[in-house]
Design a protein. Structure first.
Lengths: 183, 190
C-alpha cells in the first residue's frame, strides 16, 4: 500500500524490504533469525509508544511538582531511547528491518497510543506504569524466543534492558504512592 | 488490554480526568492574548511535528549506517538525532508554557508535520541522507515561518528559542551536505 504522505526513494535504492529477513552475519539460521526479529520488532513498537508517551507527559506536566517529575520522565525516556537503538541495530545484524514508521508500529503494537488530550498527572503516570508492565512482558517473551534459538547476544541485551525498564517503572510507581500528587 | 490491532490504535484513557483538551489554548502567564497565543501555538506545533518526524528519519538512518559500519557518518547521525530530540522537546514545552497542547498522536503529528516520514523499507545510505538534507531544508522553512509569527505577535521568548535552535539545524544540515557530496559515501555501503 503506498501512502502519498511518505517519502519513497527510487526502488533501485532499496536495500531491504520491510517485513523480510535476509541473510545475517552471525550464523543464525533463517527461521530462527526471523522469529527473533519478529519479537524484537514487537519490543520496538512498544518502546516507540511508551517513549513518546513519557515525552508527552514531560512536555505537559504542570503544577508544583512538575520540575522533578519532568526531569525524571525525560531520564526514563532516555533509557527507552538507548534500548531502542540497541535493539534496532540488533535487528539489522539479524538481517531484518527494525520497526521505523507508522505501519510497523501499528502492525506490532503491544499497547494503545494515548489520545492527544492532557490528562491529570496521576492518570498520566498510571498509564505510564501500565506501559512499562506491557513492555516488560514483551521483553520476557523475546528473551524466551532468543534463548530457544540460542541467540545469546540478544538474550543479554534484552535481560539488561528488562532490568532497566523494571527499575524505571519502580521510580514512576513511587510517585504514584505519594499522596501529595493531587488528582 | 485488548489487542490494539483490532481497533483504533489511539485511544482515550478510560475513566481518566482530562485537564486540557487537545487543540485548546488556556490562559498563559506570559502576557499573550488568547488570539496571539493560539497563533503561536499553531506555528510551534508545525515546527514540533516536523522536528519529531526528522528525528525519526535521522535515527532510522543512524541504525542503517551503524549496521554498515560507516563510522563517522553513524557517529554524526547519532549526535544529530539527539539534537533534534532536544530541539523538539524545547519547542513542545514552549507550546505548553503559552497555554497550548503539543500534538502527540501519530495522526495529529502527520497532519501538522511539513517533513514527511520515509516508507518502511531500508534504502541506500546515499538516498537516505539526500532525503534527510531535503527534510532539514523543509524544516528550516517552517522555523522561519514560526519566527515570523513570533515577531508578529510579540512573543520574544519563542522568537529567541526558534532562532537559536534554527542555528543548530543549519549547522547539522551543513555537515550532512558535506557527507552527501563526498564520493566515498558509496563505498561504505554494501
Amino acid at each position: 500500500m503506498s501512502a502519498p504522505h511518505l517519502r519513497s526513494p527510487d526502488v533501485s535504492e532499496r536495500r531491504r524490504e520491510w517485513g523480510t529477513v535476509g541473510d545475517n552475519e552471525i550464523r543464525l539460521d533463517h527461521e530462527s533469525a526471523a522469529a527473533v526479529v519478529d519479537d524484537l520488532n514487537h519490543c520496538l513498537s512498544g518502546l516507540y509508544i511508551l517513549f513518546n508517551q513519557l515525552r508527552k507527559h514531560a512536555w505537559t506536566v504542570a503544577g508544583a511538582e512538575s520540575h522533578q517529575i519532568e526531569g525524571r520522565l525525560e531520564d526514563n525516556a532516555d533509557t527507552l531511547s538507548d534500548l531502542t537503538d540497541e535493539l534496532a541495530i540488533r535487528v539489522h545484524a539479524l538481517g531484518g528491518v527494525p520497526v521505523n514508521g507508522p505501519k510497523g508500529i501499528r502492525q506490532h503494537a503491544p499497547m494503545r497510543i494515548e489520545a492527544g488530550d492532557v490528562y491529570s498527572l496521576r492518570d498520566a503516570l498510571q498509564n505510564d506504569l501500565e506501559g512499562y508492565a506491557t513492555l516488560a512482558v514483551g521483553f520476557r517473551e523475546a528473551i524466551e524466543t532468543a534463548r530457544a534459538v540460542g541467540d545469546e547476544r540478544t538474550v543479554e541485551s534484552l535481560e539488561s534492558g528488562l532490568l532497566r525498564i523494571e527499575g524505571d517503572a519502580h521510580t514512576v510507581e513511587r510517585y504514584l504512592g505519594d499522596d501529595s500528587l493531587t488528582d | 488490554m485488548s489487542d490494539p490491532k483490532q481497533g483504533r490504535l489511539v485511544q482515550a484513557l478510560e475513566g481518566a480526568t482530562v485537564q486540557q483538551e487537545r487543540e485548546t489554548v488556556h490562559a498563559n502567564p506570559v502576557g499573550l492574548d488568547a488570539e496571539e497565543a493560539a497563533r503561536m501555538v499553531e506555528a510551534l506545533n508545525v515546527v514540533h511535528a516536523g522536528t519529531f518526524n526528522l528525528f525519526y528519519l535521522v535515527r532510522k538512518h543512524y541504525w542503517g549506517a551503524e549496521g554498515a559500519e560507516s563510522g563517522a557518518v553513524a557517529e554524526f547521525l547519532q549526535g544529530a538525532y539527539g539534537r533534534l530530540r532536544a530541539v523538539d522537546d524545547d519547542v513542545a514545552k514552549r507550546a505548553t508554557v503559552i497555554g497550548g497542547v503539543p500534538v502527540s498522536t501519530p495522526p495529529e503529528i502527520q497532519e501538522y508535520a511539513p517533513v514527511h516520514l520515509e516508507s518502511e523499507h531500508l534504502y541506500s545510505l546515499r538516498a537516505s541522507l539526500e532525503g534527510d538534507l531535503d527534510a532539514y531544508a523543509t524544516l528550516a522553512v517552517a522555523f522561519r515561518e514560526a519566527i515570523d509569527v513570533a515577531v508578529a505577535v510579540g512573543d520574544e521568548a519563542s522568537r529567541e528559542l526558534l532562532e537559536d535552535r534554527l542555528e543548530t539545524l543549519e549547522e547539522d544540515a551543513h555537515t550532512l551536505e558535506r557527507y552527501v557530496e563526498d564520493d566515498t559515501l558509496v563505498g561504505v555501503e554494501r
